[in-house]
Design a protein around this ligand. Structure first.
Ligand code: PLP
Length: 369
């Protein structure tokens, strides 16, 4: 018997969530962002679920190669572009579209020998100050690209820092939207501005020809806890589940786990779950964090260790050895534990938990019917 832990990737949920993106941005094409191995879901596992997107966007070139190997002939966008000049050869060969965010990338294109002119997404730094040309340099970069025979189409992109919230007490996107319009408003070409948060909260204002949907495709909520998955009609694309492999009956004064951080005040029954931080479950989840046993909400007890954690069974007299435990995602009888809730308890975001699913966890796929 392998350890009872497993992850399940729900392709129907991926397709559903992309349909939600389309509802919010009916006039735009949708990039499913599948960087970081499809946010930890596995590109090959997620693939059939994201085929309904208009394009697939990622960071790593090997991920672009993998989707071409899976038979994807549609648009592929490298969100950070090339990392060295010879990456352009792969772009030519596999017809990859790529971001251009700095002068070096323009220099490489100018030196690139190809019969296949490239489509590029010229990136403006509208205020996030991560990648992109400054507003002062943007139009010169556009003109340089426009003069290159290696380039046949220039699209325009930028990225919001605060589409999920406010910024410095004011609207989160207004300043960046204004910066984009001021610098690029009159330039031709398709636009891609919105990530998941902007797609859900701001599409009417942001517009654009392409939205870039990462977290929402996987059922994660970019503006949790202001809104939750039910509010946005998003479904979990990943379930992490395991089983209870032992139980303990505590008496007053007994402690649980490393550091004895939890002390029982009276009699208490706990279950020991085959899941720990070496599976990707966050060690920083504090005592009392949400978890499902047999589809019923209960709480974690004490500290998470490498291979195990404890759960409170006081309210679950019928639960015990072999009971199903849902760490996040879909539980039995229609129950759901949103990954956002676990992430919040651990002081992080759903993105990080998905991406950190450990290699040792066996993964199965719920296929699109
Ligand atoms: C990761 C990424 C996205 C997707 O962001 P989500 O918040 O997951 O929707 C969009 N655009 C760029 C440039 C990214 O790097």
């Amino acid at each position: 018997m392998p350890r009872p832990i497993e992850a399940i990737i729900h392709q129907p949920a991926l397709a559903h969530n992309l349909a939600v993106a389309r509802r919010h941005a009916p006039d735009a094409k949708v990039w499913a962002v599948i960087k970081a191995n499809a946010y930890g879901h596995g590109i090959e596992n997620a693939f059939d679920g994201v085929r309904s997107a208009d394009g697939l966007a990622m960071i790593d070139l090997d991920e672009a190669q993998r989707v071409r190997a899976l038979g994807w002939r549609g648009p592929v966008l490298l969100l950070e572009g090339c990392f060295e000049q010879r990456d352009l050869e792969l772009c030519s060969r596999l017809k990859l579209w790529h971001a251009v965010h700095c002068e070096e990338q323009v220099d490489w294109l100018a030196m690139h020998k190809t019969h296949e002119p490239h489509r590029v997404f010229l990136k403006l730094n509208s205020g996030m100050n991560r990648l992109g040309f400054s507003p002062q340099a943007f139009r010169a970069a556009w003109a340089r690209l426009n003069a290159l025979p290696q380039v046949d189409e220039i699209s325009l992109m930028t990225h919001f820092s605060d589409a999920d919230s406010e910024r410095l007490g004011a609207d989160g996107i207004a300043h960046q939207l204004a910066a984009f319009q001021a610098v690029a408003g009159d330039l031709p070409g398709e636009r891609s501005l919105a990530n998941s948060a902007a797609t859900l909260r701001h599409t009417a204002r942001v517009g654009g020809d392409w939205v870039r949907c990462g977290i929402m495709s996987y059922g994660g909520v970019p503006d949790f806890p202001e809104h939750d998955a039910a509010y946005w009609d998003l479904k979990p694309a990943m379930t992490l589940r395991s089983k209870i492999i032992g139980t303990q009956d505590l008496q007053a004064g007994d402690t649980v786990g490393y550091g004895s951080s939890f002390t029982a005040q009276g009699p208490k029954r706990i279950g020991i779950v085959a899941c720990g931080y070496a599976d990707g479950y966050p060690r920083h989840v504090p005592h009392g964090s949400p978890i499902l046993v047999d589809g019923v909400r209960t709480t974690t007890v004490g500290r998470v260790s490498m291979d195990m954690l404890a759960v409170d069974l006081d309210a679950l007299p019928n639960a015990g050895f072999g009971s199903e435990v849902t760490l996040w995602g879909n539980g039995p009888h229609g129950s759901v534990l949103p990954i956002d809730e676990v992430a919040r308890a651990a002081g992080t975001i759903g993105y990080e938990l998905m991406c950190a699913l450990a290699r040792r966890v066996p993964v199965s796929v719920e296929h699109l019917s």
